[in-house]
Design a protein around this ligand. Structure first.
Ligand code: GLN
Length: 541
């Protein structure tokens, strides 16, 4: 079948869940028997989101091949079978960089280098590049909002693609339809404006998806259909979901998006989608019997998206044990100022950068270790656990990381050798998937049931190998190591129900159908600890 393209644009505002919609549509297409590739086009000028603050951009999602990408790529991997890679995210920064490099090399043979055609050609090339072999349909999510100046070259590129291939392209526009409480009305004007903005750049959508807090009345949908030049059956209403994101593919299928796509893209065979897998999950989720309370220690907690994949992975592990995972924020900085660690069934120490909140994290590691509360350290979390152990068990009271204190006399954690003398921040980390050898008779090996695993990394600092013998003698178990360099990948301790730190980010490989074994085991341990905790609380009464 000749390749098809689905372009997804957004209007009115950001944060409407375009990534989840793109992932859900891709999952629906897969269920119709087609092979999908997905690419996210980001109109900002950063080369990648690696240098952007989690407050601004949310989590940086790392691919197997070491790209630091937009968090929407996490949705793509979690919802579909697509192999996400460096090629699955292209930013305006990367595109302009390529064009300028080509210009310097003289590749444009003396022409004046312009947005059209040189930048738009590069955007189109990146879309083609993102297609994996055998792809039937490529889904292209355009970041940002229609009407932004920086989106223009991207919209122009997709307009051109449609012009070149009219019968094989589908434009889906996601727009916002607010409900005004004061007047008790649903307002279609913002959506109308976004459709006008889209038309101004030569794009008329085939499908409009209305995002709203509550279902949009038919009368308003009809108005949007008329203004948008889109038949009413192709105006889909997607109000906020009540139970969870699994509802999105189910709702899209209920509104027959599969039939619409089959018709617009002339799909052959025009198989119907099936969403049983999502329906089963939703049903399971509505009947969760147990719940555990997990303390989350980080410094970007007020920004929900900053730890997106970790929260998803906890949720996947819980759901597969019929357990609701309730998160309770532990603000590391407040602990430093005398705050109390709440009663929890387990805690998780998040990854992060820089000294802010570091000592608070050490306090949590100490508390969890000495009170035998299950504790999971991710990336910086492993470094915190190791430093806490060095300070309080090994007796090196000034143990530290050179990231937090560059002049420390006891650098238990220090910068990776290859990163020494690096002054530039972007793309200078140990990134992507690396093998890890799991040592026999350890908890890690027992959980993974394998001797070699592959996990994704994003860090500049490492446990200092000079201290390894002393740490081991004091009881720290190095249960995972990089097979060639011996770099510490996993630490754990004995005589504790569950205390494990990983230098990598296991959350990036968790799928709702296939929860990550570490998260699964961690939630099991939290459930066991809960019984113990509740009994103790009863005794205390
Ligand atoms: N800041 C630490 C490092 O670079 C940890 C990074 C992380 O948690 N992702 O090694």
């Amino acid at each position: 079948m000749q390749g098809r393209f689905i372009f997804i644009t957004g209007g009115v505002l950001s944060s409407l869940g375009k990534g989840v919609i793109a992932a859900s549509i891709s999952s629906i297409i897969e269920s119709m028997g087609f092979r999908v590739s997905i690419i996210k086009l980001d109109p900002y000028l950063n080369v990648d989101p690696g240098t952007m603050s989690p407050y601004q951009h949310g989590e940086v999602y790392v691919t197997d091949d070491g790209a630091e990408t937009d968090l929407d790529l996490g949705h793509y991997e979690r919802y579909t079978h697509c192999k996400i890679s460096k090629k699955s995210n292209a930013t305006a920064g990367q595109i302009l960089d390529t064009v300028l490099q080509k210009e310097r090399k003289g590749d444009y043979l003396g022409s004046t280098v312009q947005v059209i055609p040189h930048v738009t050609d590069e955007i189109k090339r990146r879309i083609q590049l993102a297609q994996q072999p055998g792809t039937d349909i490529t889904v292209i999510e355009v970041g940002g909002t229609v009407g932004d100046i920086e989106s223009l070259p991207f919209l122009e590129a997709i307009r051109q693609m449609r012009y070149e291939n009219p019968q094989y392209c589908c434009n889906i526009h996601l727009t916002y339809v607010p409900y005004l409480k004061s007047s008790g009305e649903t307002k279609t004007k913002p959506a109308q404006h976004s459709l006008v903005a889209l038309r101004q750049v030569g794009i008329i959508p085939d499908i409009i998806i209305c995002r709203s807090d509550e279902p949009v009345p038919m009368e308003s949908l009809k108005k949007i259909s008329l203004f948008g030049n889109v038949p009413i059956h192709a105006v889909i209403d997607q109000p906020d979901v009540k139970q969870g994101l699994f509802e999105v593919p189910i709702s899209l299928k209920t509104q027959q998006i599969d039939l619409l796509l089959a018709q617009i893209l002339k799909l052959s065979p025009p198989n119907q989608a099936h969403v049983t897998i999502w329906e089963n999950l939703l049903q399971r989720q509505s009947k969760l019997e147990k719940s555990v309370l997990i303390g989350v220690v980080g410094k970007y907690l007020e920004h929900k998206d900053a730890y997106k994949s970790v929260f998803e992975a906890l949720h996947h592990a819980g759901l597969n044990q019929d357990t609701k995972v309730q998160l309770i924020e532990i603000d590391a900085e407040k602990l430093e100022k005398g705050g109390q660690i709440p009663q929890v069934d387990a805690c998780i120490i998040m990854g992060g950068f820089g000294p802010r909140g570091f000592e608070g994290k050490i306090q949590v590691a100490h508390h969890a270790r000495t009170h035998k509360i299950p504790c999971f350290g991710i990336c910086l979390g492993l470094q915190v656990m190791t430093i806490e152990f060095a300070r309080h068990v090994l007796g090196i009271s000034d143990a530290h990381s050179t990231e937090m204190d560059p002049d420390t006399k006891s650098p238990i954690v220090l910068s990776l050798l290859e990163c020494k003398n690096v002054t530039q921040l972007g793309g200078t980390m140990r990134l992507g998937s690396y093998p890890c050898h799991l040592v026999e008779n350890t908890k890690a090996r027992h959980i993974y049931k394998k001797d070699i695993i592959q996990e994704r990394h994003r860090h500049r600092y490492e446990v200092n190998q000079d201290y390894l013998d002393a740490l081991k003698q004091a009881g720290l178990i190095i249960s995972g190591k990089h097979p060639e360099t011996g770099l510490t990948e996993i630490v754990e301790i004995q005589d504790h129900p569950w205390y494990l730190g990983v230098q990598f980010h296991p959350e990036f490989q968790s799928k709702v159908f296939l929860p990550h074994p570490l998260f699964f085991s961690f939630i099991e341990a939290a459930t066991v600890h809960q019984e113990f905790r509740l009994k103790q609380e009863e005794v205390a009464l």
